[in-house]
Design a protein around this ligand. Structure first.
Ligand code: HEM
Ligand code: SF4
Ligand code: FES
Length: 483
């Protein structure tokens, strides 16, 4: 899900809407032609007809393996769910609509626009607390469809929703985020009832099996600690993965070209004629540069196309400096990771690339016609796991690990003996892959972790004392082999 400033309405209603059939007590069956992507925006290959797991138990997630049958999965709505009640909040510039019964608790609104969406305060929404364009962006980013906006006291779909092609995003450890005006129907073809004011353009569908408001997500995946398996947990993340993939980069470029560029007297004229999908193009380029799939090469034409767009533009140094400053500001606004390692690599590329853009755009410049798209990496190999953090809590925890040693005949318990071995730094270094404070995650990867601990390569700031490695080995060897 991304924000968008284009004044587009929901997609053309003349086109037959794509459908997802919600099987009774069973999987989702999307019609062929609805692309499925992972949380980084990378397409997930699948054969039609496709069945998507919604009981949360499949071993082949996101695809169904009929686990719902063995588990006796039922899709009844839970009477404890939040009531279906549409609240209307009047502001000076607009009305904001919210149905807590639809909210999937993704936190996109409360994390991003705290002046409007106020956790724990009454009223929850203060619509006059931000610029109208920021308010629109926040509403459009809501993945569940709980939020809406209107200039009058009626939800206006043309303002609240963005026109997008159909897509299902398998969010990390969370719901399916369906966008693009896809119709949800039951086995008999009848529309699935939605709460009052819910968006028709997007919805979040439960994937963990525990929602109180099936088939929609109610945020229960947090409570049940729903987690996806990680293919190769010991691999260093790419910058693309660490950034949050294509959706996060697109979020950033859209903010850049909607919030900063149009109003700037130096940059505005340069981009006045830009193509409508320019933010997508730059996000695809950055995805590729940061180690992701070859999105730009495959979708738009690679290095030659990119360079051709700068030739002759005669970009001035002061324009470049502003471009770089706004890009870094947009990274903050979009909530890209702010850790030193990521930002060092990110800013290095923005500086490097923008200076090459100036060079290539100069009068009489002759850029080399064929160059590979750069593949950027962490600066000086400073990956997220490469150094202990100096924040007070981490430093304290690093010095104060108190290991409760079990007796020789006592069972080793994860919560009591194993979890305290991992400091906040260890946990945050590995969170991109799995959670060292989560028993199921650690159990799943325990033999790989043990191998690293024995080799002294984990944690990266110094090997554990032998007694701690032995304690972990005792616990790991009592786990079932990974399935
Ligand atoms: C890291 C630095 C930069 C990157 C990665 C980058 C990337 C791109 C990409 C991917 C395109 C679109 C190519 C296409 O149409 O397929 C583009 C076009 C363009 N870039 Fe850059 N760029 C950078 C720096 C700059 C700077 C510093 C400026 C000016 C201050 C600039 C001005 C433009 C303009 C005017 C276009 C054409 C937009 C249009 O008319 O559609 N770029 N750039
Ligand atoms: S689902 Fe929408 S309303 Fe609920 S927390 Fe997320 S952005 Fe806010
Ligand atoms: S995926 Fe959110 S409640 Fe199931």
């Amino acid at each position: 899900m991304t924000d968008d400033n284009s004044a587009q309405g929901p997609s053309d209603k003349q086109q037959p809407r794509k459908r997802i059939v919600v099987r009774r007590n069973g999987p989702y069956e999307p019609e062929p032609g609805i692309p499925i992507v992972d949380h980084l925006g990378v397409p997930i290959a699948a054969e039609a007809p496709m069945r998507l797991c919604r009981c949360g138990q499949s071993q082949t997630r996101p695809f169904c393996d009929d686990s719902h049958v063995a588990r006796g999965f039922t899709d009844a709505r839970d009477p404890r769910r939040a009531p279906d009640r549409l609240e209307v909040y009047a502001g000076q510039q607009a009305f904001v609509f919210d149905n807590r019964g639809t909210c999937a608790h993704s936190g996109f609104c409360t994390d991003r626009l705290t002046s409007v969406f106020r956790l724990g305060e009454q009223p929850f929404i203060a619509p006059s607390g931000a610029r109208l364009d920021d308010l629109l962006n926040a509403v459009r980013r809501c993945p569940s469809g709980a939020l809406g906006i209107g200039i009058g006291p009626k939800r206006d779909a043309s303002l609240s929703d963005v026109s997008r092609p159909p897509q299902i995003e398998v969010s990390k450890d969370g719901p399916y985020r369906v966008t693009g005006d896809v119709e949800l129907v039951d086995e008999d073809g009848a529309p699935i009832t939605q709460n009052a004011g819910a968006s028709q353009e997007h919805a979040s569908l439960c994937r963990c099996g525990a929602s109180l408001n099936k088939p929609f997500c109610s945020g229960m995946h947090w409570s049940v600690a729903f987690r996806d398996p990680v293919p190769d947990p010991m691999r260093e993340p790419t910058l693309f993965e660490w950034a949050g993939g294509y959706p996060a980069l697109l979020d950033m470029t859209r903010i850049f070209y909607s919030r900063y560029v149009p109003e700037d007297p130096l940059l505005g004229p340069l981009f006045a004629e830009m193509s409508p999908d320019h933010p997508e193009r730059v996000a695809a380029w950055l995805s590729e540069v940061f180690g992701g799939p070859l999105f730009y090469t495959e979708r738009y034409g690679g290095y030659r196309r990119m360079v051709s767009q700068h030739i002759g533009k005669e970009i001035r140094p002061e324009q470049r400096a502003l471009w770089a400053t706004y890009m870094v500001q947009s990274a903050d606004d979009a909530g890209l990771p702010s850790d030193p390692e990521f930002r060092a690599a990110f800013v290095a590329y923005i500086e490097w690339g923008s200076r090459i853009a100036v060079e290539n755009s100069g009068a009489g410049a002759t850029p080399p016609p064929n160059m590979p798209v750069p593949r950027w990496w962490w600066v000086c190999n400073a990956t997220p796991a490469a150094r202990p953090s100096a924040t007070a809590s981490d430093a304290q925890a690093a010095n104060e690990i108190s290991v409760a040693l079990p007796g020789p005949d006592e069972a080793v318990q994860f919560e009591q003996h194993i979890r305290p071995l991992f400091r906040p730094m260890d946990r945050s270094s590995m969170l991109f892959a799995f959670d060292l404070w989560n028993e199921a995650d650690v159990a799943r990867h325990c033999q790989q972790i043990l191998a690293r601990l024995k080799a002294g390569t984990m944690p990266c700031d110094g090997a554990w004392p032998a007694e701690r490695v032995a304690l972990f080995a005792r616990w790991a060897n009592g786990q079932n082999p990974p399935t």
